[in-house]
Ligand binder design. Structure first.
Ligand code: GLN
Length: 454
């Protein structure tokens, strides 16, 4: 895999940092265990992995795609990183992303965009485009992403790979540099559903270092993938979300989705239509809640504690050093979010914006609860279009935000969701994804249905 990275990553730019030495050391240690007849630490011991650059790695650069953290070396591993190491997984390096995970194309990275291996003039999705592109370019067989509004699933969809956003609280956020704390969730990315399940099991589970980590058994995802792989979905009830279709969806995406639903039926699933009327308001609610939390979380980048510091020459006050550093360190999208969030949280506007958005969030959660009384999982296209061209949406933030239309409701409700490859679009021959959504703590249902479908 290191050779493959050397061969193609100049063109793909999935990685921000390749840790060849660390990877070889980890691989040798697994080899040593095997040579001495010891049991491998996990079923994925020795398997290489690409890690999104928003999860801390002790002594290995962690930039979050931002100039602000360009030279930062974390003093500690995130819980996800630590669990990967413990499972014997070989971390190849850190992958490119939109700055602080804000974006849908990886074009907001301060270090240049990642290219979609299917067509290098197109985006690989975002914010975790580096992780998904590394899978699609065969640079790594496993990757980790994070998903606040769709950043695992949308890149998976447009690169023809599998991506899972676990239930909120299912995977520890300790050492995941926070964007929107009530939405952020790390999860597995892979080329098959079973690979994703094995990775899910390695990283999930209670962590006392994260106060929002849930203290319940990890859903039996590997077992569910095995069961699903038999291709039998008899007794499984699938709901098609009626709000996620029609105008705004590319015809090829729509047709692929209809074919997917037909296939689920053939596998024995009982398919019904389900209306979730408040899902239409998920996007506007998200763009109040996520920027609000971001404006608070990113206040820690104050030029004193981490990373970049400019104008530290004795001629500037502490306040000037802070504001000039934030001016120099953050890109346009991050600044836009901080301004939006600060505005939405300001006294006098709080109830009208943030308060209303939180109420909408509750209505969306109730839509899910009502839907899951009728069905086991919900399905929709993962994203309304296939991969768009690099540059096409950079000057139009609203068009960019639309990429996450279908993925955001699961984040707002804290539920589990997966994107699984659903063939190639008839329009342009590019990958399409099927989104499967399950209730909180029922992540195993995604794997059963996903493995049967793929
Ligand atoms: N594209 C969405 C945003 O820009 C989601 C990002 C994410 O899931 N990290 O906020």
């Amino acid at each position: 895999h290191l050779d493959r990275i050397a061969e193609v990553d100049d063109a793909v730019h999935a990685f921000l940092h390749v840790d060849a030495e660390g990877a070889l050391e980890a691989a040798r240690s697994v080899d040593g265990d095997l040579a001495e007849g010891r049991q491998p630490a996990s079923p994925i011991a020795g398997v290489p992995l690409a890690l999104k650059d928003v999860l801390t790695t002790k002594g290995v650069p962690t930039t979050c795609g931002s100039k602000t953290l360009e030279n930062w070396l974390p003093p500690y591993d995130s819980t996800v990183t630590r669990r990967l190491r413990k499972a014997g997984v070989v971390i190849l390096g850190k992958t490119n992303m939109d700055e602080f995970a804000m974006g849908s194309s990886t074009e907001n990275s301060a270090f240049g965009p990642t290219r979609n291996p299917w067509d290098r003039d197109r985006i690989p999705g975002g914010s975790g485009g580096g992780s998904s592109a590394s899978l699609a370019a065969f640079e790594a067989p496993l990757a980790i992403g994070t998903d606040t509004g769709g950043s695992i699933r949308q890149p998976a969809s447009v690169t023809g790979t599998v991506g899972v956003k676990p239930t909120y609280g299912g995977v520890s956020r300790y050492g995941l540099v926070a964007f929107s704390s009530s939405l952020d969730q790390a999860g597995p990315c892979a080329r098959t559903v079973t690979d994703a399940a094995l990775l899910h099991e390695a990283i999930a589970g209670h962590d006392p270092l994260d106060s929002t980590s849930v203290n319940v058994p990890v859903p039996p995802v590997v077992e569910a993938a095995r069961q699903g792989a038999t291709g039998d979905l008899k007794g499984v009830r699938v709901g098609v979300v009626t709000e996620f279709a029609g105008e705004g969806y590319q015809p090829g995406v729509q047709r692929s989705f209809e074919a997917a639903v037909a296939q689920l039926r053939e596998l024995g699933a009982e398919v019904v239509e389900v209306s979730c009327p408040h899902f239409t308001y998920a996007l506007p609610a998200y763009y109040l809640i996520a920027p609000s939390e971001c404006s608070s979380n990113l206040a820690r980048f104050d030029a004193m504690r981490y990373g970049l510091r400019v104008a530290d020459d004795g001629d500037h006050s502490a306040e000037e050093v802070m504001s000039l550093t934030r001016e120099a360190g953050f890109g346009a999208e991050v600044k836009r979010r901080i301004m939006l969030g600060t505005y939405a949280l300001s006294s006098g506007y709080y109830d009208a914006y943030y308060g209303s958005a939180q109420k909408v969030r509750t209505l969306i959660t109730r839509d899910f609860t009502a839907a899951f009384e009728q069905v086991d999982v919900l399905v929709s296209p993962t994203t309304p279009t296939t991969a768009f061209r690099i540059g096409e949406r950079v000057d139009d933030p609203l068009a960019m935000y639309l990429a996450d239309l279908c993925t955001i409701p699961s984040n707002l409700a804290g539920n589990a969701a997966m994107s699984v490859p659903s063939g190639l679009s008839e329009d342009d021959g590019l990958p399409v994804g099927l989104q499967i959504m399950a209730p909180a703590l029922a992540d195993d249902r995604l794997y059963r249905v996903g493995a049967a479908y793929e």
